[in-house]
Design a protein around this ligand. Structure first.
Ligand code: RTP
Ligand code: MG
Length: 141
């Protein structure tokens, strides 16, 4: 197994529910370490740029509006197999399909307000971490 980094976002719905600590605890118990972190209320331009791969999808406008509806908590996580491990902790995109005990099963209300984001590949993880954090803000450097 390889030591990887992945990007995690606790979305506005979960920040509003006051479960940042609960979600961080799940990361830590699974062996994922927070190596960069910040709270931010994204601008429309930042959210559109982050989800640019979905620009042509029918849900794009709703996704961007949701992501700018309140502050988010953004973190880089590091650990063995971090990308897949984090996706497993998150659960399926639609909380109706998310396995019991996953973050989305426990905290997401709908496919739109689905509590968390996680990078879907090692390649995208590097791009997404760099989108929010200069290399000097990820530890160890
Ligand atoms: P994320 O990028 O947020 O971690 O979620 P994901 O990989 O599980 O899902 P993705 O396909 O990348 O979609 C990004 C976000 O768009 C919303 N979505 N809505 N209405 C729909 O059919 C639909 N499909 C996707 C979700 O909020 C999803 O998290
Ligand atoms: Mg995705």
């Amino acid at each position: 197994m390889a030591l990887e980094r992945t990007l995690s976002i606790i979305k506005p719905d979960a920040v509003a529910k006051n479960v940042i600590g609960e979600i961080y605890s799940r990361f830590e118990k699974a062996g994922l370490k927070v190596v960069a972190s910040k709270m931010k209320h994204l601008s429309k331009q930042e959210a559109e740029g982050f989800y640019a791969v979905h620009r042509e999808r029918p849900f794009f406008a709703a996704l961007v509006e949701f992501m700018i509806s309140g502050p988010v908590m953004i973190q880089a996580l590091q650990g063995e197999n971090a990308v897949l491990k984090h996706r497993d902790l998150m659960g399926a995109t639609n909380p109706k399909d998310a396995a019991p005990g996953t973050i989305r099963a426990d905290f997401a209300d709908s496919i739109d307000a689905n509590a968390v984001h996680g990078s879907d590949s090692l390649e995208n993880a590097a791009i997404e971490i760099a989108y929010f954090f200069p290399a000097t803000d990820v530890y160890p450097r």
